[in-house]
Design a protein around this ligand. Structure first.
Ligand code: BGC
Length: 305
């Protein structure tokens, strides 16, 4: 039997017709599914006869919700350099009033678009109320102008033993990751205020030193490998180098050790695998959701124990 070109064409057209009819039918079923889902909050899979289904206009309104726009790559609210002042009479209550769109625990998501960035700001802390007040005053609007989803964590060292920044940062990382799947961690000193919102609090392919120009240092790096102040790392970066060392009690050094974990220098070469996020020991004393931040008070022991 010979199959003519004409027959082939007819069969091909028939198959196309069947496929199109199926697509049309399934499209209606899907539209009904979403309509039902958004109206009743239920994803019932029981459909009426699709033949009798007409598409009401509000289905389209609901579908618009699903496809909420991603925030633009460059936020339209970025302003560049701002002038920082420290109004003496400012109180924390006033800062709370001036920052109305933040939810409990210091969380924020842009209202007009879907942000692709989830940044946790981790601040090691003890007895620095003034610094904290000014930082919150400037940091919240700064992060909002960048259109980020973010949360601010204050990790308070309990007692009055020697401070340990590295260990507190390890605690902050662990505790913040219990709350949410953050994709970027900003390790942030309480006494540094960002002056230019073009410096994005997001993560890059490589670990990022964020506080690269500080007024105290004449807006220059004091030395090339400095990694203190503010840094931004993905959880993958952080885990890869086993976090910060736990044994730097008192001021300085922990950030240099941390930076060395990326190219392994001196003593760090021998110790980093055992000394870090995998060995940090602590007891959470309390966790409170304040209007502008989450406070986690933690007992991290002492240099003696
Ligand atoms: C310290 C660092 C500190 C840097 C800048 C260094 O001597 O070891 O911890 O970040 O100075 O203050």
């Amino acid at each position: 039997m010979t199959i003519t070109k004409g027959w082939c064409l007819l069969v091909f057209l028939f198959i196309q017709l069947v496929v199109m009819a199926l697509l049309y039918r399934e499209g209606k079923r899907l539209a009904y599914f979403f309509d039902n889902f958004f109206k009743n909050g239920s994803s019932s899979l029981v459909f009426p006869n699709p033949q009798n289904l007409s598409l009401p206009g509000d289905i389209y309104a609901n579908l618009r919700l699903i496809t909420r726009q991603h925030c633009p790559e460059v936020s339209p609210y970025i302003r560049g350099p701002i002038h920082i002042q420290f109004p003496e009479a400012l109180t924390l209550e006033e800062v709370v009033q001036k920052t109305p769109n933040v939810t409990k625990g210091g969380r924020y998501k842009p209202t007009d678009c879907e942000s692709t960035h989830n940044s946790a700001i981790i601040i090691p802390y003890r007895n620095r109320e003034q610094h904290l007040k000014y930082l919150l005053y400037y940091l919240h609007p700064f992060l909002q102008r960048q259109q980020l989803n973010y949360g601010i964590y204050i990790i308070t060292q309990s007692g009055d033993f020697t401070f340990n920044r590295g260990k507190l940062l390890n605690v902050g990382f662990k505790e913040a990751m219990k709350d949410e799947d953050w994709d970027c961690m900003l390790f942030h000193d309480v006494d540094l205020i960002p002056e230019d919102d073009r410096n994005l609090y997001t993560c890059d392919r490589f670990p990022k030193h964020v506080s690269i120009a500080i007024d105290k240092f004449g807006y220059k790096l004091p030395y090339k490998s400095i990694f203190g102040g503010v840094s931004a790392l993905t959880p993958e970066h952080y885990l890869k180098v086993n976090g910060f060392p736990n044994n730097y009690w008192g001021w300085g050094g922990e950030d240099d050790d941390f930076a060395a974990r990326f190219n392994l220098l001196n003593k760090t070469e021998e110790t980093w695998k055992q000394n870090g996020i995998n060995s940090v020991q602590y007891n959470v004393i309390s966790k409170e959701l304040h209007p502008l931040y989450t406070n986690i008070t933690v007992d991290i022991g002492t240099d003696k124990a």
